[in-house]
Design a protein. Structure first.
Ligand SMILES: [Zn+2]
Ligand SMILES: [Zn+2]
Length: 88
């Protein structure tokens, strides 16, 4: 009986160690992906506004007609601020 309990404790301990080890190693580097506020996807690149609104390349192309009038600046649908395409 004693041996059985010790084995159970050992198993629980090794589980804790494994979990802690996993927590220390995130799958992706923090900041390597951005969250698109338009489609909700995780993408490597987003156009971002100063108000923290972010939109991915695909969504920008889809909504281009409604967000930009000249291809040089785009209007944030959240705060209405104009952002340049070039200064990202
Ligand atoms: Zn998107
Ligand atoms: Zn904004």
């Amino acid at each position: 009986m004693k041996i059985f309990i010790e084995a159970a404790v050992l198993t629980a301990e090794s589980r804790t160690v494994t979990t802690a080890y996993r927590k220390k190693r995130p799958k992706r580097k923090p900041g390597s992906l951005q969250h698109c506020h338009c489609c909700g996807g995780q993408v490597p690149f987003c156009w971002t506004c100063r108000c923290s609104f972010a939109i991915c390349q695909a969504c920008m192309e889809e909504n281009f007609w409604g967000m930009s009038c000249n291809g040089i600046i785009w209007q944030c649908p959240d705060c209405g601020q104009w952002n340049g395409f070039g200064n990202q």
